[in-house]
Design a protein around this ligand. Sequence first.
Ligand code: TYD
Length: 207
Amino acid sequence: MSLFITFEGPDGSGKSTQIKLLSDTLTASGYEVLTVREPGGTAISEQIRAVVHSLRNREMSDRAECLLYNAARAQLVDQLIKPHLQRRDGIVLCDRYADSTLAYQGYGRGLDLAAVKSVIAFATLHLRPDVTFYLDIEVEEGIERRKRGGGEWNRLDDQAVEFHRRVRAGYLQMVREEPERWVCVDAARAVDVIQAEIWEVVSLIVR
Ligand code: TYD
């Protein structure tokens, strides 16, 4: 069987740590695991990432931003995600996916949600995740962790706190609207507690 799992939530919520732990567990169980991140994952998508995240591109319009994330996504879907899901026992773990566009460009920037959804459908050819984990933390805590973490500080991180509040509210709304796909995880807890909660869900699907 193939399985497409995505992770959403702010940087600092521990997404990458949890993805690595889940990937190790699944690989040890004999699955072919592909781990990718958005925006990025292919040479073309990484070039788009550099443009869309550059602090020098402050004049970028919201629609251009939305389309660039989706251009990067279309390339990733065609080049890596779809081919991997066609393999026997192919599992794809993706650090952010289409829901990030709905949260940041839709709820955050205020672009029309129906328009954003149709752009996403075109970019992904309607490929949707089987399960999406939302690693939830308070907005202020997320910003603190991003600053402490010392990783990339990009154009999106640089938005006002109200923007990040709208993004989080958007995620929580999506979780409520589609509970059969979303799993909301309290990311303020210890790494091993979160890991166990995620494995509880995934192990039920793969076994
Ligand atoms: P990144 O540095 O990859 O870190 P993290 O995923 O851990 O936050 O940042 C990706 C940024 O891009 C993040 O601020 C969210 C933003 N983003 C969008 O606004 N729309 C999108 O469609 C995607 C994929 C990401």
